[in-house]
Design a protein around this ligand. Structure first.
Ligand code: DX5
Ligand code: ZN
Length: 216
């Protein structure tokens, strides 16, 4: 199956959010990537529930919600009610990851787990059948526009092999510093969802940039 593209709305123009959402609706993109930051788990604060509610009203593709917040269990139901299709929590923010992933699935969403650059993919070895997506952070989370950490390729290859060996099926999503130049190498390494913020919304032609990443 072709890989998926999930434009990160963090890089959208918030004063023209409806326009940028409609752009994604009509582009080659597959999902909306929505970054929620609490100023505690990461140094930055992005946006919260009222903004996501407004996004959901206009978005006609799945909402891929990436929680960069401490103790995400407090809000799983809230995000389900907001219309999240995929809900991703950080392994570093969960004391009981198995329980959290099961709770996300029980609410009818796809369960994702995100790993910071320092977290080894082996930390998922006991849970390979318990999630639908792994988000490998290829920058330190908190900000858009940072440069890609090259070590990520090796993590993708290792994780894809772990999944294949276990007969587990899950998406491998790459988040941070994805560009039209590194997209094809990431797919070749085994990634099948590419998040891109700056590479799409700061491009001269966002539609062309989206297609280039989609067809990489
Ligand atoms: C970073 C966020 C990313 C970010 C990616 O903490 O999780 O989704 O928006 O932005 P770019 O593609 O600009 O690196
Ligand atoms: Zn993200």
């Amino acid at each position: 199956m072709a890989h998926l593209v999930s434009p990160s709305l963090l890089a959208a123009d918030f004063a023209n959010l409806q326009r940028d959402i409609e752009f994604v609706n009509s582009s080659d993109a597959d999902w909306f990537h929505i970054d929620v930051m609490d100023g505690v788990f990461v140094p930055n604060i992005s946006f919260g529930m009222p903004v996501i509610k407004a996004i959901a009203k206009h978005a006609d593709k799945p909402l891929d919600v990436h929680l960069m917040i401490v103790d995400p269990d407090r809000y799983l139901e809230v995000f389900a009610n907001l219309g999240a299709d995929i809900l991703t929590v950080h392994i570093e923010a969960c004391d009981h990851l198995h329980r959290t992933l099961a709770a996300i699935r029980a609410l009818g969403m796809k369960a994702g787990v995100a790993l910071n650059p320092h977290t080894p993919v082996e930390s998922l070895s006991e849970l390979l059948h318990d999630f639908d997506l792994v988000c490998l952070m290829s920058v330190n989370p908190g900000f858009g526009g940072q440069s890609f950490i090259e070590r990520t390729y090796e993590k993708v290859r290792k994780l894809r092999k772990m999944g294949d060996d276990a007969g587990a099926k899950f998406h491998i999503e790459i988040d941070g510093g994805v560009t039209t130049s590194n997209a094809s190498a990431l797919v070749e390494a085994g990634a099948d969802v590419l998040v891109a913020g700056s590479a799409i919304f700061r491009a001269e032609n966002p539609g062309d940039a989206t297609s280039a990443i989609k067809n990489a």
